[in-house]
Design a protein around this ligand. Structure first.
Ligand code: DC
Length: 195
């Protein structure tokens, strides 16, 4: 039996940090699914073909975390054929070991609707912009504008839009430290494991 934890939420909500901490705590594998879309977005060429032939080298590029890569990812992520090309890899990852944590936008709704634990991580726009601006060494107002633009596109697309699954627990990290958010997430998952 494998145990899947689905972590979704908007950009810079803290979902990546929480997903990594959960994976470490429970000894599970972790997949940051945003990296797949970022890799497709930055590679150039036909995004559908790129998504269909993504290589480990594409995922190891050192420019995937940039703001530009985030915007490019959000654009290619709206193409249904790009998303379709990445589904099988994500589902296999989810069930390939005793447990896995996947973070993204559509994990609890589309990729792993049967996930044993689902958390939708949110935080106020300004809080997210402050965190991401500090991380990237960028101007906060620019980051805020870009985050809002990206969230609007990710939530409005027709295929697998960003949204909380009906059975996800919403975790608002606006007023939490990383340690507090991680502790709450661990407690939530622990409840599911004990069921
Ligand atoms: O999580 P992130 O910021 O690295 O994601 C970058 C973009 O990729 C995000 O704006 C939308 C897209 N994405 C997606 O559509 N579905 C996912 N599961 C993960 C990311």
């Amino acid at each position: 039996m494998s145990f899947t934890i689905a972590i979704d939420g908007p950009a810079a909500s803290g979902k990546g940090t929480i997903a990594r901490a959960l994976a470490r705590h429970f000894g599970f594998a972790h997949l940051d699914t945003g990296l797949l879309y970022r890799a497709v977005g930055v590679k150039g060429g036909d995004p559908v073909q790129v998504a269909q032939s993504l290589t480990p080298e594409d995922l190891a590029r050192d420019d995937l975390r940039s703001a530009a890569a985030g915007q490019a990812a959000s654009q290619v992520a709206a193409i249904p054929e790009v998303r379709a090309a990445l589904v099988a890899f994500q589902r296999q990852f989810a069930r390939s070991g005793p447990g896995a944590v996947l973070d993204g936008r559509d994990i609890g709704t589309v990729i792993c609707p049967e996930a044993e634990a689902k958390i939708y991580v949110v935080a106020d726009d300004e809080v997210r912009a402050r965190r991401r601006a500090a991380e990237l060494g960028m101007d906060e107002a620019t980051v805020l504008r870009e985050l809002r633009e990206r969230d609007a596109r990710d939530a409005a697309r027709d295929t697998a839009p960003m949204r909380a699954a009906a059975d996800a627990t919403v975790l608002d990290t606006s007023a939490m430290t990383i340690d507090e958010a991680v502790a709450q997430a661990i407690a939530l998952v622990q409840q599911r494991i004990q069921r």
